[in-house]
Design a protein around this ligand. Structure first.
Ligand SMILES: Nc1nc2c(c(=O)[nH]1)N[C@H]1C(S)=C(S)[C@@H](COP(=O)(O)OP(=O)(O)OC[C@H]3O[C@@H](n4cnc5c(=O)[nH]c(N)nc54)[C@H](O)[C@@H]3O)O[C@H]1N2
Ligand SMILES: Nc1nc2c(c(=O)[nH]1)N[C@H]1C(S)=C(S)[C@@H](COP(=O)(O)OP(=O)(O)OC[C@H]3O[C@@H](n4cnc5c(=O)[nH]c(N)nc54)[C@H](O)[C@@H]3O)O[C@H]1N2
Ligand code: SF4
Ligand SMILES: [Mo]
Length: 710
């Protein structure tokens, strides 16, 4: 069967999308929607409308995976859509950068100012003096991988390497498995051992917890490996705390025991892997005794973990994002990714591992982004983790910055430097957002963004296998515009290729789904999406998963020539953090900064989204620094006291919560808060813009600090 999606005739598509328009016109009713946030669950939603306004957001019970349950953040989404602080008109800055003083202007003036400045810059400094900065504030592909990309391609701007989230882990995974997809969520309810490794799924992937609970009812055990007893660890059967950035050592210790005790599946290793003999030798040096010293995990626990893993019927590892936000983050994921092969888990229903399943639903990126519009494919590439440095560079300076779907002043590392860059008087900054974020306060022009419920878009999940389409349920509030509309408007105003910038949303969706290189997309068409709000990928090719691996050898690579060629160890090997310590290297810890500072997301915000909303703030109350009683005592810090956390990069002021949820030497502050009034409350003033071992990813959690009472 031909797996190309046949594109239905234009007229029908447009007519059918009118359905969306009809939804906006209906004053009352319940309408399907998709959660647009950067969260693996990509829930099906229902929007309840009364008198033309959304009054309630609930889960869509018909969604096969998310089944009507949604998180508290999004249950309170109505407040976000109608928050009185929402930016509804284009604004221009009238005060100093950062102060937040703006006045309303027309769209015409905004577009003239932006296109005028861009045209002038292209003439005087070249198109690479303009840089887009975006991430996944809205996961809709028309918004963040579509019309926006076309615009910057046609403009010939500098290119952004989107490395802030998961690139190190993705590379680590791919070095072993090739294809970036793993165990299907549905299958995990049949596992009898579930290991959540460096993730906080109760907050960040709640439906995985529902599936794990089902498995648990059938007798499965849940183990959490983390640097602090997060919400997930408190729910688990067994929590294994370890020193930050030592996961590779722990995984190698487990392998040591598996080989030593004959718990490996040698038939599987022979048939499906390369390098197992070398690995068997290699891990001999990672004895439980040594690994215990490095990780802080007792020897007996390392052995117990290996025995549990080696004797499980079906063991599933959920690899989180936390262990890869480190100097050695790629390696951490690489080492953990090797484990399922050792015990043949890939052949067991419910077994295996996953960190991102995004590759199953890979759309046709070129149809969306149109790289062919770019005259200068070699335009320089700027790593988004280094945005501070990039804005401050004197040679070939960035003269204009266009930020959308991201809040870099809060989320990017080394925030003081980022701010310094944004303060540059000669930098022309445009920010498209729903709110006057900490970043938008530095903009010359702020453009009002429509919420995802006000436009059309296409969504896949990077965890489950269902594709969904959003159609507008309410009209854009005020004069706000979706990314699609905005970049289509700007493209036309710049005089770019008319057809690329007038292509309808329906055609773009059809183009995205037309990806002959991805057999899993077979049957996922616009037609199907119009008939059903959730269209499942065709998972039949997964039957031959192990034959579809895209490593150089086509096998699971426990030994990687490619890594060796890239100057990395050929087999997973423990490399200590650059800044930081482990049990073995602790004596060399920086005396000035003897604590490791971990700043993972919190429960009620989504990165920095929601951090400005009263309801979500009330739920999180205020930023807290979790500090171990031993570390608090030596500093004379009592529970609830205000403390200052500092290092050479900056200062974070918050309240101490004395608790033994982690090992001594590690302090934790969850949540990406916006700058507080008169307080310095950005975790990222402390983090460094060093890049990880693989993929040049962010190293947020490899941060050392000290703490004192205020
Ligand atoms: N509620 C909520 N949900 C979210 C988000 C949010 O902000 N809030 N963000 C979304 C996004 S963009 C992402 S990428 C995902 C991230 O979600 P997860 O994959 O859950 O990853 P994180 O929450 O970043 O970190 C998970 C855990 O890693 C731990 N950790 C830190 N360093 C180490 C280490 O060296 N080893 C080990 N084993 N653990 C370590 C942290 O303590 C934390 O508990 O969540 C998404 N979902
Ligand atoms: N210290 C520390 N820093 C971190 C992390 C951490 O764990 N610790 N996590 C990192 C990770 S994993 C990630 S993914 C990044 C996330 O960082 P960001 O991608 O910047 O995520 P948000 O802070 O949620 O900002 C998204 C913005 O997009 C806006 N937005 C939403 N929808 C639209 C739209 O349709 N159009 C436009 N124009 N704007 C829209 C929202 O209002 C919001 O201001 O943060 C990273 N930073
Ligand atoms: S943030 Fe995640 S859990 Fe919450 S509604 Fe959205 S997709 Fe579902
Ligand atoms: Mo992320």
């Amino acid at each position: 069967m031909d797996h190309r999606n046949s594109a239905p005739p234009e007229a029908t598509l447009q007519q059918d999308l009118q359905r969306g328009q009809r939804m906006t016109e209906q004053q009352d009713g319940i309408f399907p929607a998709v959660c647009p946030l950067d969260c693996p669950d990509t829930c099906g939603l229902l929007l309840h409308k009364e008198n033309g306004k959304i009054v309630k957001v609930t889960g869509n019970p018909d969604h096969p995976i998310t089944k009507g349950a949604i998180c508290n953040k999004v249950r309170n989404m109505t407040e976000r859509v109608y928050d009185p602080d929402r930016v509804l008109y284009p604004l221009k800055r009238i005060g100093p950068k950062g102060e937040g003083k703006f006045e309303r202007i027309s769209w015409e003036e905004a577009v003239d100012t932006i296109t005028g400045r861009f045209k002038e810059l292209i003439r005087t400094d070249g198109s690479e003096s303009i840089l887009p900065y975006s991430f996944y504030g809205n996961m809709g592909v028309l918004s963040v991988d579509g019309m926006d990309r076309r615009f910057f391609n046609a403009l010939g701007s500098s290119q952004l390497d989107q490395t802030i989230c998961s690139v190190a882990g993705n590379e680590g995974w791919a070095s072993v498995m090739g294809f970036k997809g793993g165990t299907s969520p549905e299958d995990t309810e049949d596992a009898d051992l579930i290991i959540v490794w460096g993730g906080n799924v109760i907050s960040t992937n709640m439906h995985q917890v529902v599936l794990a609970e089902k498995a648990r009812k059938k007798g499965a055990k849940v183990v959490v490996i983390d640097v602090h007893r997060n919400r997930t660890a408190q729910w688990a059967d067994w929590f294994i705390p370890l020193y930050p950035g030592t996961d590779t050592a722990l995984a190698l210790g487990v392998m040591n025991v598996l080989f030593a005790q004959g718990l490996t599946d040698d038939e599987f290793l022979h048939r499906y892997t390369v390098g197992h003999e070398e690995l068997r030798e290699h891990v001999k040096t990672y004895t439980p005794e040594r690994v215990s010293r490095i990780t802080g995990v007792p020897e007996a626990d390392i052995i117990r973990l290996a025995e549990m893993y080696g004797t499980a019927r079906a063991a599933y590892i959920n690899i989180g994002n936390g262990l890869q936000h480190h100097d050695n983050g790629g390696m951490n994921v690489r080492a953990v990714t090797c484990l399922p092969a050792l015990t043949g888990q890939w052949l067991k229903h419910g077994g295996g591992a996953s960190r991102s399943n995004g590759a199953y639903g890979k759309f046709n990126g070129a149809n969306l982004a149109r790289p062919d519009l770019r005259q200068n494919p070699d335009a320089r590439v700027i790593n988004m983790n280094r945005i501070g440095e990039a804005l401050l560079q004197k040679e070939q300076p960035i003269k204009a910055l266009f930020v959308y779907c991201s809040n870099p002043v809060v989320v990017a590392p080394d925030s003081e430097r980022v701010t310094e860059g944004f303060e540059r008087e000669d930098l022309f900054t445009v920010v498209h957002d729903l709110f006057l974020t900490d970043t938008a306060r530095y903009a010359d022009i702020v453009l009002p963004a429509a919420s995802s419920f006000e436009g059309t878009d296409l969504y896949k999940s990077y965890w489950h296998h269902y594709v969904q389409m959003q159609e507008p349920v309410i009209a854009p509030l005020g004069e706000s515009k979706s990314n699609y509309e905005l970049f289509s408007l700007l493209g036309r105003a710049m005089g770019f290729d008319e057809a690329a910038f007038t292509e309808s949303e329906a055609d773009m969706i059809a183009g995205a789904l037309d990806n002959p290189t991805n057999p899993y997309l077979n049957g996922v068409t616009l037609e199907a999406l119009k008939k059903s709000p959730f269209v499942k990928l065709d998972m039949s090719p997964k039957a031959t998963y192990l034959d579809r691996l895209t490593t150089p050898s086509g096998k699971i690579e426990l030994y990687s020539k490619k890594m060796k060629q890239a100057g990395l160890p050929a087999m997973p090997s423990y490399v200590p953090l650059i800044e930081g310590y482990d049990g073995e290297h602790r004596p060399q810890a920086d005396e000035r900064f003897p604590l490791m500072f971990i700043s993972p997301p919190n429960h009620n915000f989504l990165n920095s989204t929601f951090a400005n909303l009263p309801k979500h703030q009330r739920l999180e109350r205020e930023p807290l620094l979790q500090i171990h009683p031993e570390d608090a005592q030596t500093r004379g810090i009592a529970d609830g006291e205000p403390v200052t956390v500092w290092n050479d990069r900056g200062t974070y002021e918050l309240k101490a919560k004395v608790t033994d949820l982690m090992l001594p030497g590690t302090v934790i502050s969850q949540g990406l808060w916006w700058e507080g009034k008169g307080r310095r409350q950005r975790a990222n003033v402390l983090t460094s813009d060093r890049l990880s071992d693989m993929g040049q990813g962010a190293t947020f959690f490899s941060t050392v600090v000290n703490v004192k009472r205020q």
